[in-house]
Ligand binder design. Structure first.
Ligand SMILES: NC(=O)c1ccc[n+]([C@@H]2O[C@H](COP(=O)([O-])OP(=O)(O)OC[C@H]3O[C@@H](n4cnc5c(N)ncnc54)[C@H](OP(=O)(O)O)[C@@H]3O)[C@@H](O)[C@H]2O)c1
Length: 335
């Protein structure tokens, strides 16, 4: 009988610290596989800020709340060890939505499970330049924000996984890029490694005043944060600018709805377009995004820094690091 260790959601979290008050590490025998299920020995777990919403009791989020007592859900990369679906043979390296567990059991059709390319030298890139954060960056910058060469693109939470990739997608498409992040180290990373044209430290600088330096105004904003940063950008948009609403991490520490921007009137004054998007809606288009992302990765044009923690028992530490901004780049856990 296969044993499985997993993180269980016991209570809805309050805030973004001390997650051990709300989740516990459990162990059980795996149930026999049902028809169509696949069992995966997890090698890597992806820590994603958006999963914080799944822990909340809110019923108006983009996913139904995860019932208390459930295994915590997240993106996993690992090898198939048992399969009741011929499309996912034993031994295949797969990625998809599974559980924060050393052995994940999934229904491929419901979880976006994919057999990934084993020729990729660093498997972490399946959560990096070839992963969901990269797909999000690509869709958000190219399609939702419709960024054109020569335009100015602003990205918030720019030193995180999704943000650092969005900056590079914008740069690769010929835009000039402004990254907003918390702290001098992150701003140095943005200018020296990510290659932005301007970095703004929102913890120590006046974001509004710095954005006023953008010649002609901001044409496109890839927003991961919401709140005061969204307001500062709205007041500095060029006419006919576009805002791609990717995330609202400034509000993920509470169950209350994020209030609208105080400068909402600028949507009319500057004839802006604001559009939210959610990458699971685009999973069927992965084959279309991958060749471009792979080309950029191989050419050194989509670099990802990884913030790595070891051990299933340390998942909550890694998760808290990300939500409290201690990470630079993509947070992963190696099992
Ligand atoms: N729409 C979609 O389909 C989709 C898909 C993937 C991700 N996302 C969104 O992308 C965003 C980033 O997610 P990620 O998984 O890539 O995590 P991440 O950016 O690697 O880590 C989260 C970052 O958020 C920043 N942050 C936390 N609290 C903040 C606050 N109050 N104000 C400003 N910044 C804050 C921190 O950076 P600082 O130190 O710079 O504050 C932290 O490093 C999230 O909003 C997530 O929901 C959306």
């Amino acid at each position: 009988m296969t044993r499985c260790r997993f993180w269980r959601l016991d209570r809805h979290p309050e805030g973004n610290t001390d997650f051990a008050r709300f989740l516990s590490l459990q162990e059980e025998d795996c149930a026999p596989l049902a028809d169509g299920e696949v069992r995966i020995a997890t090698e890597w777990l992806s820590m994603d800020a958006g999963t914080r919403m799944w822990m909340s009791p809110r019923t108006d989020g983009y996913q139904p709340p995860l019932p208390l007592g459930s295994k915590m859900v997240g993106l996993v990369l690992g090898r198939v060890i048992e399969s009741a679906d011929a499309g996912y043979p034993v031994g295949a390296l797969v990625r998809g939505f599974g559980q924060w567990a050393d052995v994940a059991t999934v229904v491929p059709a419901l979880t976006g499970l994919e057999v990934v390319d084993e020729t990729v030298a660093d498997p972490r890139q399946h959560f990096g330049a070839l992963g969901m954060n990269a797909w999000t960056a690509y869709v958000g910058v190219k399609e939702v924000a419709s960024v054109k060469p020569g335009e100015w693109l602003v990205v918030s939470a720019a030193a995180g996984a999704t943000g650092s990739l969005a900056c590079q997608v914008g740069r690769n498409l010929g835009a000039k890029v402004v990254g907003i992040a918390g702290g001098a180290d992150k701003c140095r990373y943005l200018t020296e490694e990510v290659g932005v044209d301007m970095a703004i430290d929102y913890r120590n600088e006046d974001v509004d005043a710095r954005l006023a330096e953008v010649p002609g105004g901001v044409n496109a904003f890839f927003d991961n944060v919401g709140g005061p940063i969204l307001d500062a950008v709205l007041g500095n948009m060029a006419h006919y600018g576009r805002v791609a609403v990717c995330g609202m991490v400034a509000g993920y520490d509470t169950d209350a709805p994020m209030p609208g921007p105080a400068k909402f009137d600028q949507v009319l004054m500057r004839r802006l377009r604001i559009e939210g998007f959610f990458i699971p809606d685009f999973l069927h288009r992965g084959a279309e995004f991958m060749p471009q992302l792979r080309e950029w990765l191989d050419a050194g044009k989509l670099a990802v820094r990884f913030d790595e923690t070891a051990g299933l028992e340390n998942v909550l530490t890694a998760y808290e690091r990300m939500l409290t901004g201690k990470n630079i780049g993509k947070v992963v856990v190696k099992l």
